[in-house]
Each structure stands twice: as structure tokens, then as C-alpha cells.
Design a protein around this ligand. Sequence first.
Ligand SMILES: C[S@@+](CC[C@H](N)C(=O)[O-])C[C@H]1O[C@@H](n2cnc3c(N)ncnc32)[C@H](O)[C@@H]1O
Length: 209
Amino acid sequence: MIWLWRRACIAAIPNLLPRDAHVVDLMAGTGEVWPHLLKRFPGINKITAIDISAGMHAEAVERLHQGREKRITHLNANALETDLPEGIADCVISTFGLKTFNKDQQAVLARQVARLLKPGGTFSLIEAGDPVRWRLRPLYRFYMTRCLPAVELLFLKGAQDFSMIGQYTAQFVDCAHFAECLHKEGLLVTQTAYVFGCASGVAGHKPAG
Ligand SMILES: C[S@@+](CC[C@H](N)C(=O)[O-])C[C@H]1O[C@@H](n2cnc3c(N)ncnc32)[C@H](O)[C@@H]1O
């Protein structure tokens, strides 16, 4: 599902990007979304990946992105505070980096997205959430809070990356608040729910005028 949702996030970018586009990936992690991005837009000139964890990028390029590394620049920075110049991005994307932000931080991030985008630029972000109206929600919650952390603990050498995912997704719920924040920043936004709200996304553009 995660693979499909990353692909859906890229498919939701509303317009074609210019041939030499500059894309900013917020909370980029190991850049799992870039293959989808470069498949849809092979002409992309530059991806600026922002992540607060320095180790992520080194691992990403070495393990996953050899051959693409010349087009990728990593910034070890807090996406809420980045001082990248205003209007540098043709497109801003993010996959699964929103859920740890509270409502105030989502407002700050929305300001950053609006600031980074060129007039006419596009954006698409996706996050896992809590399908509050789904009948099978209890099963999904059980999977997120118990199964996923247990599986990685047992089979991924004691890793604990997903130990908090149940709590984070329950607090985040969906992209509705973030969509409102983007709208307040003057962006045109549409929100989409995936699989009964197990994930949700926002996409749109900054008006050209
Ligand atoms: C769940 S991972 C998502 C990674 C990747 N985008 C993907 O699709 O798998 C969330 C990432 O957000 C990063 N992160 C968390 N808070 C951040 C912040 N304030 N600024 C930049 N990166 C942040 C973490 O280091 C982590 O790599």
C-alpha cells in the first residue's frame, strides 16, 4: 500500500512540470518516492531533499539511487525552519512526513510550502492517518498499534521505527487541517482520501498571478 500511495502522491501533481524542473522533497527520508517522480517526469533537473536526519541521505544515495545522485541535493535541515530562497521550487512533494507535526507545526509547514513555490508551482503531499468512519477501523488500528511494531521488532533486527506509528496516525487523522492551512496561505488545494481514509493527500498549485 505504501508503494501505491507514494505513486498516487506523484500522480496527484496537477500539471506537467517544466523540463528542467526543480522539485523540493520535504521529510524526504531515503527518497523512496523519487523513482515514481522521475518515472512521471524524466526531465527533472534537480531534487532538493530535506530531512532532519543526516544518515538518511547517505544511505539513500548509496543503497537506492546510484546513477541519479547528480540530480539530488540533500539538506540536513528542519523543514519547518528551512531558509531555502523563496520561490525556488516548481513543485513541492512529501510522502509520510506530516504525521508527527501538531496543528501549529502544520501551519508553519504550509507557510513554507507556499514560500518555496514559484507562482504557478504545484505541490502534492500524502500521509497515513486514521480511517475514523471505516467499519474495519478496529482491525486497522490493531494492525498499526500492535502488528506492525511487533513484526519489525521480530524480523528487522529489533528495529523500532514503527513503534509510535499507531499513536502518530491517531493524532494526525487526515490532511484536513493541513489543507485548510495551505488554503489560508493562498494555495489552491484539493484533498483526497485513500482506502477509506487510511491515507489522505493534498495537492494543488500556487496561483500564477
Ligand atoms: C516516515 S519518514 C518518511 C520518509 C520518506 N519520505 C518516505 O516516503 O518513506 C519521515 C521522515 O521525516 C523526517 N523528519 C521528521 N521531522 C522532520 C523535520 N522537522 N524536518 C525535516 N525532516 C523531518 C525524519 O527524519 C524521517 O526521515
